[in-house]
Write a protein that binds this ligand. Structure first.
Ligand code: CDP
Length: 225
């Protein structure tokens, strides 16, 4: 049998989605597409223009004409790709705590989601893709051949994010990361449109006690069956 061609990976913040997706994509020779980057880029663009994040009309306008591009990494500083906004490298700017604090509000707006989902679906339907997000298995690519929903305890996820920040030389305290992550998860899973949840046909994996290798090997087996 040929391997799954459209692979959807969803789950809450820092559940290990991007590590898994990147390894799967590289093993299978597929495109790795992290949809969170798009919501983060809209948020950064809105913050930079100093518009109110509460202003749905303006934020939606920004989303509709977002000059975003994602390319293979040009610098070896731990990044998995370059994210460009109007040609400017914003790869690390979209990971700031300010973006973290506002991105769930931005991604609630129907117009923002519509613009992002349409583009994501076009890319996903070409196949040979590992797509990561919150609503890939439920809304963006319900026809995916393999759907995985990753979860882990709040503490394990916050600790992973804390280590990532440390590696980048950012000193954000663990407790602060835990608090902000819980806020974001709450907003993401209770919004009306495309909330964070496992698709009925998704395989749910709790990774609290699993390391990245174990998760990768399990899901690769599923993808190849
Ligand atoms: O890396 P992490 O899991 O912390 O977040 P992300 O995947 O970069 O997503 C950032 C935010 O974008 C999420 O908290 C959601 O609010 C939003 N998002 C979404 O609504 N739908 C997606 N498919 C992907 C992200």
């Amino acid at each position: 049998m040929s391997p799954a061609s459209m692979i959807a990976i969803d789950g809450p913040a820092a559940s290990g989605k991007s590590t898994l997706a990147q390894r799967l994509a590289s093993k299978l020779g597929y495109l790795y597409f992290d949809t969170g980057v798009m919501y983060r880029a809209v948020t950064l663009a809105a913050l930079r223009r100093e518009v109110s994040i509460e202003d749905e009309a303006i934020v939606t306008e920004i989303a509709k004409c977002l000059p975003i591009d994602v390319r293979p990494p040009s610098i070896r500083d731990g990044r998995k790709y370059d994210v460009l906004l109007g040609g400017e490298d914003i790869t690390w700017d979209i990971r700031s705590s300010e973006v973290d604090a506002n991105v769930s509000q931005v991604s609630m707006y129907p117009g923002v989601r519509q613009a992002m989902t349409q583009l994501q679906r076009e890319i996903g339907l070409r196949g040979e893709v590992v797509m990561v997000g919150r609503d890939i298995g439920t809304v963006v690519l319900p026809e995916a051949d393999l759907k995985v929903y990753l979860d882990a305890s709040d503490e394990a996820r916050a600790y992973r994010r804390y280590l990532e920040c440390q590696e980048r030389g950012e000193g954000e305290p663990y407790q602060e990361i835990l608090r902000s992550m819980r806020d974001r998860d709450r907003l993401d899973s209770t919004r009306d449109l495309a909330p964070l949840r496992a698709a009925a046909d998704a395989i749910v994996l709790n990774t609290t006690e699993l390391d990245a290798d174990q998760v990768f090997r399990r899901v690769l087996k599923m993808a190849q069956n």
